[in-house]
Write a protein that binds this ligand. Structure first.
Ligand code: ADQ
Length: 470
């Protein structure tokens, strides 16, 4: 096996869900992954999204890419995905230890499915493949692959925040789980805050060490590289879609329905990390504090439901229905509804038209790894008359988009004030702020994120994997 930054061999992407061309027609990250895979000749491996009697593997070749997808049994799905990943890791990593529902059986299922993934993947790997594992569902995958004798370069990217060490240690068996990151050659995170959390955890909880050149050493002597790779969007394509969206009939109709009112837009998966109840409350405060704005603004919140099998998500959905109904009941007039609350997904072409129509993009997650909606909103603006982004300090995107009005999403008064300021902002200031943000998005787009991560991964030396022992 050759050491050094050789790019020979396939790229193998592993993620919980696999986006085959037929399943998802659009979607930035999925198409960027597919582009990277078809360019290098590659394999995408993960859960098929199906629940079946047994864990059957399906192979398909499409668009120059091999897809290998594995069905999960009901028990595996419930313990690994709905259980440990989404009821322990997701809430904890989003700073909601109060919502963690930790069960030993869920953790066992999580380890079981990771082992299953490792076994199936190991059988498909060639010696010069480079493996890129995605997200919190698969943290221990590399450790399990190493246990099976796999020596390939393996990188990991975490799409969600990595919380402070104080929170990580509340996870039972955290040493085994978080410590397993050391089996990767490269661990990528969205922000410097996430990287600090990882370093602090390895140094102070595991007794590891920081080596020159961004290397972390685990107590057993393994070293790995960790770095900050803030994900971007396909800025040029998104901006282009927004320019073209004006001609779509649904966008024309939508604009007519506003009757000249200023639009505030929110677009999020229906998730408690996105701060939706607080956002509705902030909007109600705006209407209360600035009665002159009543009938002059309209708030469109698009929130397609997700993870309906998890009780917290069902509760949140009810809460938002109540809150939207309450606000509309209190402030609406026969010809004006303050909130348009829509539980639907839209093609990106249409969504980009909504973004471009909106005077304010309201993105207020309580915690978010990055938040691509914030970036998409900015890229969709008309440079001549751009809207204003109101953005949570606790979204990874806030580290880059300082042209936004940054807010603490829990401080609903501050958010209401920012909304009022955004709605009243003069054109010149809007242009200046937008230009600053757009510069960042043009410099650091999705393609450059992909290249930066892969360059760093190819620069690691898999030969040192031989030092690890089996
Ligand atoms: P998500 O939590 O899913 O992603 P986000 O980054 O906002 O959050 O991405 C959502 C994507 O879905 C965006 O591209 C958005 O346009 C799209 N979307 C949302 N609602 C939609 C709708 N109704 N119709 C169509 N499309 C819709 C995770 C992490 C984030 C991180 C990303 C990428 O939680 O913090 O930014 O991964 O790393």
């Amino acid at each position: 096996m050759s050491a050094g930054p050789s790019r020979a061999g396939r790229l193998v992407v592993v993620s919980n869900r696999v986006a085959t061309p037929r399943q998802i027609a659009t979607g930035g990250l999925a198409s960027a992954m597919r582009a990277a895979l078809s360019e290098r000749g590659g394999l995408w491996f993960g859960w098929s999204g199906k629940i079946a009697e047994k864990a059957e593997l399906h192979h398909r070749h499409e668009g120059g890419i091999d897809y290998a997808t594995l069905d999960l049994t009901r028990a595996d799905h419930d313990d690994y995905y709905a259980g440990f990943a989404n009821r322990a890791l997701w809430p904890l990593f989003h700073y909601r230890p109060d919502l963690v529902d930790y069960r030993r059986s869920h953790l066992e299922g999580y380890l079981r499915v990771n082992r299953l993934f490792a076994e199936r993947l190991a059988a498909m790997l060639r010696p010069d493949d480079t493996v890129w594992v995605h997200d919190y569902h698969l943290i221990p995958l590399a450790a399990m692959l190493r246990g099976l004798g796999v020596r390939n370069r393996i990188g990991f990217f975490l799409h969600i925040p990595l919380p402070a060490a104080e929170l990580l240690i509340t996870l039972p068996r955290h040493r085994e789980l978080i410590g397993a990151l050391a089996a990767y050659d490269l661990v990528g995170l969205h922000t410097a805050r996430d990287l600090r959390a990882l370093e602090t955890y390895f140094l102070h909880e595991l007794g590891g060490a920081l080596r020159p050149g961004g290397l972390l050493r685990a107590p057993d002597g393994r070293t790995f590289r960790a770095g900050v790779f803030p994900i971007g969007i396909d800025t040029a394509a998104v901006a282009q879609a927004a320019r073209e969206a004006a001609a779509l009939p649904e966008i024309q109709q939508f604009k007519d329905s506003l009757q000249g009112r200023a639009l505030i837009i929110g677009v999020d998966r229906l998730d408690y990390s996105k701060g939706l109840p607080q956002r509705f409350e902030a909007y109600a405060q705006l209407l209360e504090r600035e009665p002159a704005l009543q009938r002059q603004v309209s708030f469109l919140q698009i929130a397609p439901p997700s993870r309906g099998a998890v009780p917290e998500y069902r509760r949140l959905r009810h809460e938002l229905e109540r809150s939207a109904g309450h606000i509309n009941g209190k402030y609406a007039t026969p010809d004006w509804a303050p909130i348009r609350y829509v539980n639907q997904s839209f093609p990106h072409a249409v969504l980009s038209g909504y973004y471009r129509t909106a005077r304010v993009g309201l993105v207020t997650p309580l915690r978010d790894g990055m938040n691509l909606v914030a970036k998409e909103y900015v890229a969709c603006q008309d440079p001549r008359d751009p809207g204003v982004l109101v953005l949570s300090r606790f979204a990874g995107a806030a580290q880059e988009l300082d042209g936004a009005l940054l807010v603490n999403p829990a401080d609903t008064t501050e958010v209401a004030e920012a909304l009022a300021r955004a709605l009243a902002m003069p054109l010149q200031e809007r242009r200046k702020r937008w230009r600053a943000m757009m510069d960042v998005l043009e410099r650091h787009d999705l393609g450059s994120w992909l290249d930066a991560f892969l360059d760093a991964l190819y620069a690691t030396h898999p030969a040192r994997a031989g030092q690890r022992g089996g």
